[in-house]
Design a protein around this ligand. Structure first.
Ligand code: ANZ
Length: 847
């Protein structure tokens, strides 16, 4: 080792050694237990910053530690390289996405390598390459065959003067951000995945996963299972003609127990019956205007919880099947067309939205539920109503004919059964989860492999013509997003129908980039295979991912999509398990100067500068030491310096003594060790035990404690300095020092891998420390040592007790009082005072 710690001299050397020796190649130890650790792959924007790198360093520490523990570790990395940012950047600076992306990837890879991340680059996957996205197209076709992919009409924001689809953020106050025209809702065809078919299975599967509770909760919510009933309300004419005929209305309710209080019904503006029937009659104009207004307002906005309730009476009535009453039918903004049946029975007494709406429009409010166990139940609910609040809890039924007096749960069962028996309803389960529409009017994505022929309709591109590759960016004439850019390239669009050979057109849209990330983890297993997307034998060896690491912001996006995709792959026989990732670790955010570290805030810390100044090991130690993995952390230059000082202190001991002690015989037990030797060996083995535990994920398997592992290593370093290890003549003997330093290099190897290699090598270690077995701690050295206390009663020696070295006064006192001879002398007396001399004696002053 050089005298001075200059990480820039050490780090590239070991990075080269790792690569040359294929140190991180998975599959070399088929007999060993496998471990697949994966960090969410990044989008390759210009360069990575330290905020991005936290997650990768975490994964790397775990991957490295598992290799030490004898696992066959798979730790791949790739790039989520398609998507809008590259397109937007191209509009600004003219660099086409296909040119920019590989450059960005090369730079990100260089930065990752400089950080010493132990990736197996032979498996790299970059989603912009046709050899990747051809499999997106292949999956699309297989899923289309299976009915998992289908075509549907979907409403989008449409600017009639730009002739283009607008994203939600391109609509400002209902106007187009570009030209200011009023935006309308338009139905256009799109492709969608039938993820809703998997709703129940996706919900049940959550029970098998070791994921953070809040992510599981978010997915449960998002899937949103609701057990309820569908009930039919017969048509009951209009205000002019009560005998007019018409179609019945089906509503979905989770509270059929409140049905005696349903005083009006409401449907969504997009409900098909509006166009067919309920939009007709005397109020036709009013209804049409309201529907038009709804269509022009953003859906999420108008259905948001706090949004003012708005509606219009249709002039039509339906009949409450349980009370027989004619109730008015309204159209309102808070009912969603896509959920349930797109129609609700309104119970203003017991639902807040219905209550607010009834107040606003003067509709009747009935009390049909009151709290159980109160004599003044109805008065209580009436008082709530006066305050403007509905009573929304379960309770006891009131004013509900023969159901009066029954509990909500029982009434729900019985009323649903009656509806079913009378053939006007049934119990149902609904999910809030929606199908995943994935057509995008964008360039930098996977072209959809479908050809439209006037005669044959939509036809699949034959497998042997895959991939359908993107035309050059330069050919696109309308590059602004919203207009499917591929449609402006005739050479791309105009093709022959694969079936009849007649003139036909390609789809022209591209896939949502969440498609790319929905299965990349499986492609790593067969990254170079151009015959199949995923080889079954590789899938059986490696899946599921044992530990997945990434940001909690993906809770209901990517983390749901990849669970869906894996299920489809299982049905296709490509993989054997339903769940793609058994454990999930979500990392906290890195802040700097009070804001999330990000390019847009301009508060990033560049890894290159950091590595140039302090070295990668320092950057890694800082990131792992600054706090527990799932907690947010504040960037601190002081903290970085602290990490650097710590490593320099370790290095100094190695540099001073390694050469001299590398041949020394190391002790194999505590036998005969005293003084500094005993202190150092005990400290080294205790630290070894602690670090091993902290890096293993705890009982849950996701409870990693990198920060306390590093704290323990810092303490060990202090002990070494106490034993004179940074002096020319240490108090500790060569053999003990050699063992302690060797263990230190092994313990540092996951976090500060370069310094660890340097030290391991200097101490004569064989091969790479990265691949050396994790050492076993010596139980004797770790065992709590005991010590003897003299026990006195009023100054006279009455016994002795053995206690742990670090036992405090209370523990010693308890042990002493349990001694029979001491007990005898204390009998009948009361203790006035206890004198405690740490490490020596305890004296009970008793009279
Ligand atoms: C009557 C009722 C009375 C309701 C009551 C609630 C309380 P979740 O739990 O989310 O499934 N609903 C049904 N379809 C709807 C739609 N398309 N848009 C908006 N709201 C809809 O909620 C189900 C409840 O939300 C249903 O139960 C219905 O109102 C409403 F005291 O029916 B309820």
């Amino acid at each position: 080792m050089d005298e001075r710690y200059v990480p820039q001299n050490i780090e590239p050397r070991w990075q080269k050694a790792w690569t040359e020796q294929g140190a991180f190649t998975a599959g070399k130890q088929p007999g060993k237990p496998k471990f697949y650790v994966l960090e969410m792959f990044p989008y390759p924007s210009g360069s990575l910053h330290m905020g991005n790198l936290r997650c990768y360093v975490m994964g790397d520490v775990i991957a490295r530690h598992l290799r030490q523990k004898g696992h066959d570790v798979l730790h791949p990395m790739g790039f989520d390289a398609l998507g809008l940012p590259a397109e937007n950047a191209a509009l600004k600076d003219g660099v086409p996405p296909p040119e920019r992306t590989p450059k960005n990837i090369a730079n990100a890879r260089r930065q990752m390598d400089r950080m010493g991340l132990s990736y197996e680059w032979d498996r790299e996957v970059a989603t912009y390459r046709p050899d990747y996205y051809r499999w997106n197209q292949w999956f699309f076709l297989r899923m289309w065959e299976r009915g998992v992919v289908y075509r549907r009409q979907s409403s989008v924001n449409w600017c009639p003067s730009c002739n283009t689809v607008l994203a939600n953020e391109q609509v400002e106050d209902g106007k187009c951000w570009r030209c200011g025209s009023t935006v309308v809702t338009r139905e256009i065809p799109e492709w969608a995945f039938r993820i809703t078919n998997y709703a129940e299975d996706l919900l049940q599967g959550l029970n098998e996963l070791t994921w953070p509770e809040r992510i599981l909760g978010a997915q449960r919510n998002w899937i949103g299972k609701s057990v309820g009933a569908e009930v039919e309300f017969a048509y009951a004419g209009t205000d002019e003609d009560p005998n007019a005929r018409g179609q019945a209305l089906r509503v979905f309710t989770t509270r059929v127990d409140t049905i005696y209080g349903a005083t009006y019904a409401v449907i969504a503006a997009e409900h098909p019956l509006v166009a067919q029937q309920f939009g007709k009659g005397k109020r036709e104009g009013e209804v049409a205007a309201f529907v038009q207004k709804m269509r022009a307002t953003d859906k999420t906005e108008r259905t948001a919880e706090g949004a003012p309730k708005e509606g219009v009476f249709t002039g039509h009535y339906v009949k409450n099947p349980f009370t027989g009453e004619r109730i008015p039918l309204w159209i309102a903004n808070f009912v969603l067309a896509e959920y349930g049946t797109g129609a609700v029975m309104s119970v203003p007494g017991h639902d807040q939205r219905d209550f607010d709406f009834a107040k606003k429009y003067g509709l009747p409010i009935k009390i049909v539920i009151h709290p159980a166990g109160r004599s003044d139940g109805e008065a209580y609910v009436a008082a709530l109503h006066k305050e403007g609040k509905a009573f929304t809890e379960d309770g006891v039924l009131a004013n509900s004919k023969d159901m009066t007096g029954k509990g909500s749960a029982e009434a729900r069962e019985q009323l649903a059964e009656r509806a079913q028996a009378g053939d006007f309803g049934k119990k149902t389960v609904k999910y809030h989860l929606r199908d995943w529409g994935f057509s995008r009017q964008r360039y930098w994505g996977t072209p959809i492999p479908v050809i439209y022929c006037e005669k044959d309709g939509p036809v699949a591109v034959p497998d042997d013509q895959l991939p359908v590759t993107l035309p050059p960016w330069e050919k696109i004439t309308m590059k602004m997003t919203g207009t499917a850019p591929l449609r402006t390239v005739p050479e791309f669009m105009n093709v022959k129908c694969p079936r009849c050979g007649g003139p036909a057109q390609r789809d022209g849209e591209t896939m949502d980039t969440f498609v790319d990330s929905a299965w990349y983890y499986a492609r790593f297993l067969s990254a170079k295979n151009d015959k199949v997307a995923v080889e079954r034998k590789e899938a059986d060896r490696w899946l599921p991912i044992d530990l997945y690491i990434g940001g909690p912001e993906h809770a209901v996006g990517h983390l749901l999509y990849f669970r869906f995709w894996n299920r489809v792959m299982k049905e296709m026989g490509l993989v054997g398990v339903a769940e793609p990732a058994k454990r999930l670790l979500t990392q906290g955010i890195v802040y700097k100067d009070g804001a999330k570290m990000s390019k847009s805030k301009g508060n990033t810390v560049d890894p290159d500068t950091l590595v140039d100044t302090y070295g990668a090991d320092t950057a890694r130690v800082f990131l792992m030491f600054a706090g527990p993995p799932e907690k947010d952390l504040e960037w601190s230059d002081k903290g970085v310096e602290g990490a650097s000082r710590f490593l320099a202190r370790v290095y100094r001991v190695g540099a001073m003594h390694a050469e001299r002690i590398k041949g020394a015989a190391t002790p194999s037990s505590m036998a005969g060790l005293t003084g500094a030797d005993e202190m150092v060996r005990r400290a080294a083995h205790r630290t070894l035990k602690k670090v091993g535990e902290d890096l293993s994920g705890g009982a849950s398997g996701i409870d990693y404690q990198f920060n306390t592992a590093i704290a323990a290593l810092m303490e060990l370093t202090n002990t070494l300095y106490e034993a004179g290890a940074a002096e020319a003549q240490p108090k500790v003997s060569d053999g003990v020092l050699k063992e302690a330093l060797t263990l230190t290099s092994q313990m540092l190897a996951p976090v500060a891998p370069h310094l660890a290699e340097e030290m391991w090598n200097a101490l004569g270690g064989k091969g790479l420390v990265a691949l050396a077995d994790w050492p076993k701690f010596d139980a004797d050295a770790v065992a709590a040592q005991s010590i003897t206390y003299a026990v006195q009663v009023s100054g006279k020696l009455r016994g002795e007790v053995q206690v742990a070295v670090d036992a405090g006064e209370d523990a010693v006192k308890a042990a002493a009082q349990a001694e029979p001879n001491v007990q005898r002398h204390l009998e009948g007396k009361s203790i006035k005072k206890v004198v405690f001399v740490k490490g020596r004696l305890i004296n009970f002053v008793a009279v």
